[in-house]
Design a protein around this ligand. Structure first.
Ligand code: MIG
Length: 784
């Protein structure tokens, strides 16, 4: 970054250019623009008003440019500027002002900079890039966002924020939430989909809020204007490339896909044991219990309250025997205890690991333990030290770490003080490794991400043969590499139930596939009906966890009366029966970045009706949910995109596209299976590894031609063996040949699942037909 300060300006005339490998440098008066062709569909633009480009940060989540295999491109000076072609794109750069137009190889204009001018800067770092906003273009992603699916018409700031501190809400009007992911996708029927990733961790914003001016803007408050343009044309292709760039979710342990139960807090070991027993006695599937802040000794991180949890290792091993794993919460705030007696403080302070004020004194602010200090996770040595702290918890058998408050959320006075102002280290507070000094202005948005990275690395280090599971509240681009995410403090409101659909879908379109919101809502009591509708949907969340704020009535599934208990049991039983399908979706996500939850537009990107559907969702390629999100309703309109669909409950075959009215009594979530798919179901389980899977049921839903395909991914569920061939991938095919339906399976990989039978159900016009295969021999073919 250049250090001399700049006055307002914009690029002038093009004075010259030079090429260096995949990069072309355009030397405009006042600024150099670099254009790097990373592949035929992905181009990186960087602007250096002072002429000097920033160095890549050691903690950056993006793959360095050198990781991309060289991709052919040509460039030609023309009377109007410079043209660059890749196999699929034509970029035109103007002679003045660095204005960019991007066309595909059919000459279709995909995106161009505003006719009022492309980029200008107001002062050092503060730079704005404007692009045209066609009337029929829609926008998605932007990380963690409340509100409806289509993000056109609003401004989105990227600045990690705990909204609860301001308004006790993260309703549709909230702007910044806990995570800051500066990525979005644009979709138009005519030109398809492109994405823009802004590679800058300062406070940034996308202003899509002024459509009448026909332009949107990308704004940064510091650092370098550095963004990647990613062409599709399919949303899935954009996401595949974006997640190649920022990383993909690794395969989670299978148990993490089970149902998690949490509350602030299960205060002592008797209560925790009671919760576990209730699930088992009542036959409600579940397998993870989360311990919120009260398990700690006066909120000191990496300690236990030994009165309430006298023997954590024993408790955890007893729970394991019942099929439960334990996840513990960790906050970044370390109790300020200069008088001694708390090694995390004394060690960290002695080593100078905590964030300081600009004058070098230790920064303090208030969180749960009272006055606290905050480790500087942008430093390599600090991450290593934080990593060390997990040794004991993990040795005691804790299987997952839940990082909360890592925006970081801080108050000026102790919690509970009325009108307590929000506090924060100064934006000028120094951070980072000695050779890479930055300020909090650059480090805040990645504070949570880098804390999560430290935790993730600790889990890998102390349990090197187990896939880590962790959960985080804050995060940034690339958070999917390290952690599962949830949406923090939602409210127990019907509106928040509905909003969870778009929120998870926009997360999905931001590269984050393993996400969820608190089932039942965090803040508030709620009604049995709301809980019933919530758990029906939440049983399909990629991350499925019930949680609640303190001091409200209990919200476990059995606390709402027998009808809702039965509805919960049925919903979670279905999740567990779908585990083979879900687990296979996670495998695809880990391979390609394809999300688990997908808005309809992800698969039906030519169907403009899907562009704004905020209350339906695809769970993978095969299942469409249309939940009821209003009290007293048992009927709703459902949009059926073109194709064949099957009502999961009645088995009715539906072929008429468009809206239809669907009935759903309180015990039912409207659910439709997509024609052309084969969905593998397992048997009922109380937890994911309760027993070997001795029966697989293949539900075959043929398309209009009678064809269908499906995959089943299996492995041991917890180790890294799958990375060395220890997996079993079965591809199923169904096709009609000479009037006969043939179904076949092809297996690949070295993992041998337990012996089992296969039951096949072929759905169609009339009653489904069934077929039994007494023994699954891997590769087979049957006629049904
Ligand atoms: O100041 O740990 O979003 O899930 O239960 C609140 C207590 C701190 C916020 C989290 C919530 C958690 C709560 N935490």
């Amino acid at each position: 970054m250049s250090t001399q300060s700049l006055s307002a300006g914009k690029p002038g005339n093009l004075k010259g250019f030079w090429q260096q490998g995949q990069t072309l440098f355009l030397d405009y008066e006042g600024a150099v623009l670099s254009i790097t062709v990373l592949d035929k569909n992905m181009v990186r633009f960087r602007l250096a008003p002072g002429g000097t480009f920033a160095k890549r940060r050691s903690w950056s989540v993006t793959s360095p440019d050198e990781d991309f295999p060289a991709s052919p491109y040509t460039f030609t000076p023309t009377p109007n500027g410079i043209e660059i072609t890749t196999e699929t794109l034509l970029l035109k750069l103007s002679n003045a002002g660095a204005r960019i137009s991007i066309l595909n190889n059919q000459g279709l204009l995909i995106n161009e900079d505003s006719s009022e001018g492309a980029v200008f800067w107001e002062s050092e770092g503060k730079t704005i890039w404007r692009k045209t906003m066609p009337e029929d273009e829609h926008y998605y992603g932007f990380g963690e966002r409340s509100g409806l699916l289509d993000k056109r018409g609003r401004r989105y700031t990227c600045w990690t924020t705990d909204p609860w501190q301001y308004t006790s809400d993260h309703g549709p009007g909230a702007d910044s939430l806990y995570q800051a992911i500066p990525f979005f996708m644009a979709l138009r029927q005519e030109t398809g989909c492109y994405g823009i990733y802004l590679n800058n961790t300062h406070r940034t914003a996308f202003d899509m809020g002024n459509p009448r001016s026909n332009q949107y803007s990308i704004e940064i408050e510091g650092g370098e204007m550095d963004y990647y343009f990613i062409y599709g044309p399919e949303p899935a292709q954009v996401l595949e490339r974006y997640t190649f760039l920022t990383g993909r979710m690794p395969m989670p342990p299978r148990w993490a896909l089970g149902y998690h139960q949490s509350r602030w807090s299960y205060d002592n070991e008797q209560i925790v044991r009671g919760i576990a027993s209730q699930f088992r006695e009542r036959g409600i599937p579940a397998e993870v219990i989360h311990l919120d802040i009260d398990y700690m000794d006066e909120f000191r991180v990496f300690t236990w309250n030994k009165t309430n949890f006298p023997d954590p290792a024993k408790l955890i091993s007893d729970l394991n025997a019942q099929g439960f794993k334990v996840v513990t919460i960790i906050d970044p705030g370390v109790k300020h205890q200069p008088e001694g007696g708390y090694h995390v403080y004394s060690e960290g302070s002695a080593q100078g690991y905590f964030i300081t004020n600009p004058d070098g004194t230790e920064y303090t602010g208030c969180v749960w333990p009272g006055t606290s200090v905050f480790a500087d996770f942008t430093r390599t040595d600090v991450r290593k030290w934080w990593n060390d702290q997990h040794n004991e918890l993990l040795a005691e058998g804790v299987k997952g770490i839940w990082n909360d408050m890592n925006e970081p959320a801080i108050s000026q006075y102790p919690f509970g003080t009325p009108n307590n102002p929000v506090a924060s280290p100064s934006l000028d507070a120094p951070m980072g490794d000695p050779e890479e000094r930055i300020t909090f202005a650059e480090g805040k948005n990645v504070y949570g991400l880098l804390m999560d990275r430290a935790t993730h690395e600790a889990m890998l280090r102390f349990n090197p043969n187990e896939r880590p599971f962790m959960l985080t509240r804050s995060g940034a681009a690339g958070i999917q590499r390290y952690s599962t995410v949830w949406s923090g403090d939602n409210l127990t409101l019907w509106e928040h139930l509905e909003m969870s659909i778009a929120e998870i879908c926009n997360w999905s379109l931001s590269g984050v596939g393993f996400s969820g919101v608190d089932i039942g809502g965090f803040g508030g009591h709620g009604t049995p009906e709301l809980f019933a509708r919530w758990i029906q949907l939440g049983a399909f969340y990629p991350f499925s966890r019930g949680h609640s704020i303190e001091k409200v009535s209990q919200k476990e599934p059995w606390t709402w009366g027998s009808e809702v208990e039965e509805i919960s049991r049925r919903a979670l039983t279905l999740r567990y029966r779908l585990m083979p399908y879900l687990y296979s979706l996670f495998y695809t996500a880990a391979q390609t970045g394809a999300p688990i939850w997908q808005p309809l537009l992800y698969q039906f990107s030519k169907d403009t009706t899907t562009y704004q559907i905020s209350d339906q969702v695809m769970v993978g390629h095969a299942i469409m949910l249309a939940p009821i999100c209003r009290p007293g309703q048992t009927t709703r309109a459902v949009y059926m995109p073109e194709g064949v669909w099957y009502d999961f409950w009645s088995d009715e075959r539906l072929t008429k596209p468009g809206y239809r009215l669907v009935e759903a009594e309180l015990d039912t979530i409207p659910m439709f299976m997509r024609g052309g798919t084969i969905v593998p179901f397992g048997t009922e389980m109380q937890y994911s590894d309760e027993k070997p899977l001795d029966l697989i049921t293949l539900e075959v839903y043929p398309d209009a031609n009678g064809s269908a395909t499906g995959v089943l991914y299996e492995d041991d569920g917890h180790s890294f063996g799958y990375q060395h061939g220890e997996f079993c991938l079965t591809r199923f095919q169904c096709a009609v040949e000479n009037g006969k339906t043939k179904i076949s399976a092809q297996r690949q990989g070295q993992y041998a699942p337990a012996p089992r039978a296969i039951e096949i159900w072929v759905h169609g016009e009339g009653e489904a037909r069934s077929y039994q295969l007494p023994r699954d021999s891997g590769n087979w073919q049957v006629e049904v």
